[in-house]
Every structure is written in structure tokens, then in C-alpha cells.
Ligand binder design. Structure first.
Ligand code: F6R
Length: 238
């Protein structure tokens, strides 16, 4: 595990963008596992800038997102599909047909989860998985629990997670979906490289996840067992 302490959010975003960029330069048909949330926005903005300058191209890249809210259509302003389109995909040269986000409106969510796992396998797994981390230690929407959930599954979001995400729903908890579809820990752990980005407010949970015991009560702690994990954070060193 390599932990890099960046000076500030901008520095963190640029350092992380350098790693994603190197991945795509070295393998232009990389399969990227992507995350949403507030933390990666600076990283996406940096990659957009470099793509516009023609320094990198995403033409051959395939992407697989971590999660999606149950019940939100692709057009919903707070759906993760819409976030990805607006914050990244619409602004780079990626072929949208090669970008995958779970369908939170699928009639048969179990079938959607199984199909999502098959999709990742048919792409040959993830070359690089980008992650944020929740204050409760979730990665994707793998919430704290009694065991590590390996496959893509439907999850009931914790109170903590819904409260944290209410900021994207006009601060109104009522509007935050109660469930989500999330990639499980298997494909995250099988990713050939994992890149975790975290802001200054995540110091406590990073400390517990990376230096404490490996436990499903802190899902991110499983990353200690990953052979190629890079953490870039802009908090006080620990
Ligand atoms: C988003 C995701 C989540 C976020 C986490 C941190 O696709 O999977 O695990 O990475 O909730 O969110 P922010 O960056 O908003 O603090």
C-alpha cells in the first residue's frame, strides 16, 4: 500500500489524474472502474483538461461505475449516470456505448446485479478501480455489515450515508433514495490497481480503514489486502 499525502484538494486531484492518465496512456483500451461523489470531481476536471489539450484520449477506454441509486432513471438530476455524463463522459472523447453504470430502474434488480458482474467479467476485469470512501468506511455502496459482500448487490443505504448524500438532494433526506445497486468487493479487490482518493474530512476513517483491523464493519479495510493500492489524500499525515 502506498499512501500519498497531497498538499490540498487540487494537488490530490492532479496527482490522482496523473495515475489515471498514465494507465490510459500505457493501455489505451483500459477498463476503468469509476466513482461518483464530491471527491473525484477535481480529478475528472483535470482529465478533461488534458484530453482537450490532446495529451490523452479515452477513445478506446471502457468504464464501469461502482454504483447507482435504486429508482433513479438515467435522466434524474441526481442519478449517477447523469453525474458521470455531465461531469466527465460528455466532455471527453470516450465512446458512451462503452460506459456502464448499473440500471437502478431495472424491473428485476437481482438479474441486473448478476448481469453487471458478468459485464465486468466479459470486459476482462478492471485495470484500475477509482474509489472514494464514506465516513463510515463504505467503498462503492458496500456498507458496514456482518460480512464482506462480494458480488454486485442491492443495498439498503445506512442513515449515515443518506445523511452525507442529502447535500446533493437540496439537503432533503426525504429525497435521498433508500437503496442502491453497488458493485461488490470481489471485482474491486480483483482490480489490477486500486486508486483511493480522499479529502481532508476523511482522516479518521482512513486511519481506521488502513491502519486498523480488517473487518466488514469497515468495508474499506479489506483494501489492506490489495496488492496494488494507492491512496492519495489531502489530510494531515498519519
Ligand atoms: C460513489 C461511491 C461512494 C463515494 C463515497 C465518498 O460512487 O461509490 O463510495 O465515493 O460516498 O463520497 P464523497 O466523495 O462525496 O465524499
Amino acid at each position: 500500500m502506498k499512501i500519498v499525502f497531497a498538499r490540498d484538494y487540487k494537488d490530490m486531484s492532479r496527482k490522482a489524474a496523473n495515475i489515471v492518465s498514465a494507465q490510459v496512456i500505457l493501455k489505451n483500451d483500459s477498463v476503468l472502474g469509476l466513482a461518483t461523489g464530491g471527491t473525484p470531481l477535481g480529478l475528472y476536471a483535470q482529465l478533461i483538461e488534458w484530453q482537450r489539450k490532446d495529451d490523452i484520449s479515452f477513445r478506446g477506454v471502457r468504464s464501469v461505475n461502482l454504483d447507482e441509486y435504486v429508482g433513479l432513471s438515467a435522466e434524474h438530476p441526481q442519478s449517477y449516470r447523469r453525474y458521470m455524463n455531465e461531469s466527465f463522459f460528455n466532455r471527453i472523447d470516450i465512446d458512451k456505448a462503452n460506459t456502464f453504470v448499473p440500471d437502478g430502474t431495472a424491473e428485476d434488480l437481482q438479474a441486473e446485479c448478476a448481469a453487471y458482474d458478468r459485464r465486468i467479467e466479459s470486459l476482462g476485469g478492471l485495470d484500475l478501480q477509482l474509489l472514494g470512501i464514506g465516513h463510515n468506511g463504505h467503498i462503492g455502496f458496500n456498507e458496514p455489515g456482518e460480512d464482506f459482500r462480494m458480488n454486485t448487490h442491492v443495498v439498503t443505504l445506512s442513515e449515515n450515508t443518506r445523511r452525507a448524500n442529502a447535500r446533493f438532494f437540496d439537503g432533503n433526506m426525504e429525497l435521498v433514495p433508500k437503496q442502491a445497486v453497488t458493485m461488490g468487493l470481489l471485482h474491486i479487490m480483483q482490480a489490477r490497481r486500486v486508486l483511493l482518493v480522499a479529502g481532508e474530512d476523511k482522516r479518521d476513517i482512513l486511519l481506521r480503514a488502513l491502519r486498523g483491523p480488517v473487518t466488514p464493519k469497515i468495508p474499506a479495510s479489506i483494501l489492506q489486502l490489495h496488492a496494488n493500492l494507492t491512496v492519495i489524500c489531502c489530510c494531515e499525515p498519519f
